[in-house]
Design a protein around this ligand. Structure first.
Ligand code: ADP
Length: 208
């Protein structure tokens, strides 16, 4: 017998809507995906800064950080990557339910895994942002020296080199992080959120 049969979901007395009303913005998951070095982490933190400065309640879940704790038992095989993303998806869902704007920065190379998280969340609350930078640019940046190691065969199943990256087919936002500046990309994301009334902007774009 599945243990799930003995467990019930307990609904609290404070609704998500009440939390959103108190916060003054909607809660949702902003999911950055892209190759290593594409700029997910840099952009996630910049977007968070802009939103936080504007009074939003935000939190960034970052690839390397969760691998130190929540997912430290997992490696980089296809199965482990899938489980890594599944846990982060569940975590994001809980955090969004708590009223936060959850911003995640994971390569999350497989379409099926990202779509799985989309289906966990209420419609419109999974916002997929493709950090679209060419492999050559990411490899040239080689922020953590990982491409160099991967080319030498020292890192098996490295996304873009020896493991595939499946670009989103219909992401809500595409940012060209290999071409545009960090601030241009960050404001593109923030403008999207404001246009869909997920947030209300009081601080205006510096050069708008
Ligand atoms: P990832 O999290 O995707 O592995 P990082 O954010 O760690 O990538 O690194 C991306 C690098 O690219 C950083 O050194 C950052 O300063 C640089 N960069 C240049 N342009 C952009 C941009 N438009 N958006 C994000 N990062 C950028």
């Amino acid at each position: 017998m599945s243990t799930l049969q003995n467990i019930r979901w307990h609904a609290g007395h404070v609704s998500r809507q009440a939390r959103e009303a108190q916060n003054g913005h909607r809660s949702f998951v902003l999911w950055f995906t892209g190759l290593s070095g594409a700029g997910k982490s840099t952009l996630a933190h910049r977007v968070e800064e802009l939103l936080f400065r504007d009074g939003c309640r935000t939190y960034v879940l970052d690839g390397d950080n969760v691998r130190h704790g929540l997912c430290r038992d997992l490696g980089f095989s296809a199965v482990d990557r899938q489980e890594n993303i599944r846990r982060i998806g569940e975590m994001s869902k809980l955090m969004a339910d708590a009223g936060l704007i959850v911003i995640t920065a994971f390569i999350s190379p497989f379409r099926r895994d990202r779509d799985g998280i989309r289906s966990l969340l209420p419609a419109g609350e999974f916002i997929e942002v493709h950090c679209d930078a060419p492999l050559e640019v990411c490899e040239q940046r080689d922020v953590k020296g990982l491409y160099h190691k991967a080319r030498q065969g020292a890192i098996p199943e490295f996304t873009g080199i020896s493991s595939p990256y499946e670009a989103p087919l219909a992401p809500e936002i595409v940012v060209h992080t290999g071409r545009d500046t960090l601030d241009d990309c960050a404001w593109q994301v923030v403008r999207y959120l404001a246009a869909r009334q997920l947030i209300t902007l009081s601080n205006k774009e510096p050069h708008a």
